[in-house]
Design a protein around this ligand. Structure first.
Ligand code: CAA
Length: 389
């Protein structure tokens, strides 16, 4: 990694970065290929990450967390993702899609109950918005939440829930007033063992195979009314606000994957010889290295900028949708570019499971899809620039 001239990290930031790098290289990297192959959830390393505070880095001390800032979170996540993108997305969803929403919109009681166990690493959280018929157009969800005395009764089917098979708690978005469309969506905090909630089969995936993804099925699932996050009808805004934070996490995941691919390609370009010289001395390879490096450093700047915009938002409530979308768009397309080039530079070895390069290539693709596709990011950026609603 390059020291960026315009950023000087504090001692605290360097400390968390080093701690995450140390842990990732010693504990995650050696098992990444095995868990990618088996598709098993890496419970033991995730527990250790919880104990080290990585699963809730921005949780304030009052709820048992380390109370770090978004840059610290990004620095730690980047190191984890460089070793393994599956561990990375489990960490990202837990920190941003789950914890961030409760910390921003939850009551004191909700924070104590639903965030404190995450800070200690005893529990895992997940976020559930997407449905089989509504992904990008999230406001058209079919799941229903109907008030029944002091409870809401949830019914419906949610899909593509990261950590769905293993999570202890969920933030779930359901339509409580269909006539109001997006303004009829409400958010609920649901305990994983609530009767009426079952988990669907684990999805077989191209990449990030060690992260567990599934459907959630709600059949007359009674949730106490006090578990509503924010006010009735505020769910869509909460979902979008939280996704802004989530997108910084996925941008960082993409950065970590791109860096891992780049470092492998750079090493290979120096070591591997053809026609009597290192392949990096051929312009065809050297220029690939130059473009990978430049795009990676540009991604990093966009991500750090978005992290700072989120910090500002904590103080003045300002939106950072534009910064988060630009970071995710550029970093995810950089991850796809860098992993594609890394496979090409490695030739046949890039296609072999003997090296991690083919895993980086498979893992990179999802960063252009989840938490808002590249098309959705371009939509957010362009309408913000053009002033359209
Ligand atoms: N922050 C705060 N408020 C926001 C917001 C944001 N980022 N984005 C929209 N809103 C508000 C708007 O201001 C508007 O409020 P008012 O009506 O009061 O003005 C309201 O929400 C509706 O906004 P839009 O009219 O812009 O809504 P839209 O239907 O046009 O949708 C969209 C906008 C950007 C396309 C949005 O639907 C979107 O981001 N879609 C992608 C969803 C997505 O990322 N899904 C991934 C799910 S998670 C996942 O991937 C699984 C996992 O586990 C990792």
């Amino acid at each position: 990694m390059t020291d960026l001239a315009m950023f000087s990290l504090s001692d605290e930031h360097k400390m968390i970065q080093n701690a995450a790098r140390d842990f990732a290289q010693k504990e995650i990297l050696p098992i990444a290929a095995e868990f990618d192959e088996s598709g098993d959830f890496p419970s033991a390393t995730i527990k250790k990450m919880g104990a080290l505070g990585f699963m809730g880095l921005e949780i304030p001390e009052a709820y048992g967390g380390a109370g770090m800032d978004t840059l610290a979170y990004v620095l730690a996540l980047e190191e984890i993702c460089k070793a393994d993108a599956s561990h990375g997305v489990i960490m990202s969803v837990n920190n941003s899609l789950y914890c961030h929403g409760i910390l921003k919109f939850g009551t004191e009681e909700q924070k104590k109950k639903f965030v404190t166990p995450i800070a200690s690493g005893k529990a895992i959280g997940a976020y559930s918005l997407t449905e089989p018929q509504s992904g990008s157009d999230a406001g058209t969800m079919k799941s229903r939440a109907v008030r029944d005395g002091d409870h809401f009764v949830l019914n419906g089917r949610k899909s593509w829930v990261t950590s769905g098979p293993v999570a202890d708690y969920f933030v779930v978005f359901m339509m409580s007033d269909p006539a109001k469309k997006q303004k009829g969506v409400s958010a609920f905090l649901v305990e994983g063992n609530t009767p009426g909630l079952t988990r669907g089969k684990k999805e077989p995936k191209l990449g990030i195979r060690a992260s567990a993804t599934s459907e959630l099925i709600f059949e007359d699932c009674h949730v106490p009314a006090e578990n509503m996050l924010g006010k009735e009808g505020e769910g869509f805004k909460i979902a979008m606000t939280v996704l802004d934070a989530g997108r910084i996490g996925i941008a960082t995941q993409a950065l970590g994957i791109a860096e891992a691919a780049y470092e492998a390609a750079r090493r290979y370009a120096v070591e591997r010889e053809a026609f009597g010289q290192p392949i990096g001395q051929f312009q065809g390879t050297g220029f690939k290295i130059a473009d990978m490096k430049t795009r990676i450093e540009a991604s990093r700047l966009l991500i750090y900028n978005a992290a700072m915009a989120k910090e500002k938002s904590k103080k003045d409530g300002s939106r950072y949708s534009l910064e988060a979308s630009m970071a995710k768009l550029f970093a995810s397309e950089t991850a796809m570019y860098a992993t594609h080039q890394a496979v090409q530079i490695h030739g046949g070895m890039g296609y072999s499971k003997e090296l991690p390069v083919e895993r980086y290539f498979r893992d990179a693709k999802i960063t252009e899809i989840y938490e808002g596709t590249s098309e959705i990011q371009r939509h957010v950026i362009s309408r913000s620039e053009l002033g359209f609603k």
